[in-house]
Design a protein. Structure first.
Length: 338
């Protein structure tokens, strides 16, 4: 009776040896050890064997089972290795081929320049405030010393929403809002979008400005000069010169237009600076006492300076861009350069 186990064992040994794929190994596993497998059948028929033979037969049967399991295990491993090798051969990866570049976007040039400017002023102790783009006539004009019918309003091509509501034409209204809600000393910058009904190579209906102002006791024009000099030289280089030209804004007195030495010709004269050697970059001045009064400050106690600049204008000068409309045409060939 033990003979049949011997022949099962040697047959299984032969068959497993020949199995040359994972599938073949799997089939043999089923054939010998599966629910209806040869070994399983033998185990089931143990009960029918005479009691005195059962023990010895059972033990031998178990040995054969373990033998088959082990052989199958070894074979399975070998077949797996062969198949893995085959797959590696077919799907060979050439790690020396350069990878595909995933095109990554980047910040818009206006945002980049604005970020740089904000970084410079925050390093000087200014902090950022924001105001609404849809603004009351009161903050955009009246509280900045531009009463209704004031001729200075003509300079700002205003989009009116209603008689009392406008799209802000500059960031200066933030000065008043901040002063109303805070007491000096103040060191504030206010970046944001502004709107003017105007369009040509140097004007677009929506652009960005950055307002800056400092209010305290004994603030003078030399503070303004010092702050602007640091700012301009960090953006345009340490050899850039500044020039203050007398000007007029209703909300500053005295007022100045600030020029920088031409970033293209360094002052020698070229077509960008129209042979003057200078480029206009921002407006500034000492905050008008009338503005302090309307914000609720005592002009006898406080003084301050303010300045305002167009961000796109700074970017144009920095990168030598001659048409402001390029910023918002979304031409990738333009934007990819930044
Ligand atoms: N708000 C002015 C403009 O838009 C710029 C400015 C700001 C001038 C602050 C003086 C002081 O033209």
């Amino acid at each position: 009776m033990l003979n049949d186990l011997d022949s099962i064992k040697s047959l299984a040994g032969e068959e497993i040896e020949k199995a040359d794929s994972l599938k073949a190994v799997q089939d043999l596993k089923v054939r010998y050890l599966g629910k209806k497998g040869i070994i399983t059948g033998k185990i089931k028929s143990l009960a029918a064997i005479a009691k005195e033979d059962r023990r010895e037969y059972g033990k031998s049967l178990n040995d054969v089972k373990i033998y088959i399991e082990e052989l199958l295990g070894v074979r399975e491993k070998a077949c797996k290795a062969v198949e893995l090798n085959k797959t590696l051969q077919i799907q060979r990866i050439d790690v020396t081929i350069p990878g595909y570049r995933i095109p990554a976007g980047h910040l818009h040039p206006t945002t980049q320049v604005l970020g740089e400017i904000i970084g410079i002023f925050t390093s000087l102790g200014f902090h950022v405030e924001e105001g609404p783009e849809v603004e009351l006539d009161f903050y955009n004009f009246e509280a900045l010393n531009m009463p209704k019918e004031h001729p200075a309003r003509d300079m700002q091509d205003t989009f009116y929403i209603s008689d009392d509501v406008v799209l802000r034409t500059h960031t200066s209204p933030v000065q008043v809002r901040v002063m109303q809600n805070n007491t000096p000393p103040l060191r504030v910058i206010a970046p944001g979008k502004v709107y003017r009904c105007d369009a040509d190579v140097t004007h677009i209906p929506m652009f960005h400005q950055l307002e800056g102002f400092m209010v305290d006791k004994h603030i003078t024009m030399s503070h303004l000069k010092g702050v602007l000099e640091v700012f301009i030289q960090r953006v345009f280089g340490a050899d850039t010169k500044l020039r203050f030209r007398p000007s007029f804004f209703p909300f500053t007195e005295p007022s100045a237009e600030i020029d920088i030495s031409c970033v293209i010709c360094r002052g020698a004269g070229c077509n960008v600076c129209k042979n003057t050697g200078w480029l206009e970059i921002l407006g500034a001045g000492m905050i008008n006492p009338r503005v302090f009064e309307m914000a609720g400050y005592d002009p006898a106690q406080y003084t301050g300076f303010a300045f305002g600049m167009g961000i796109e204008r700074v970017a144009m000068l920095k990168y030598g861009i001659d048409d402001i409309r390029l910023f918002y045409e979304n031409d990738k060939r333009f934007l990819d350069q930044f």
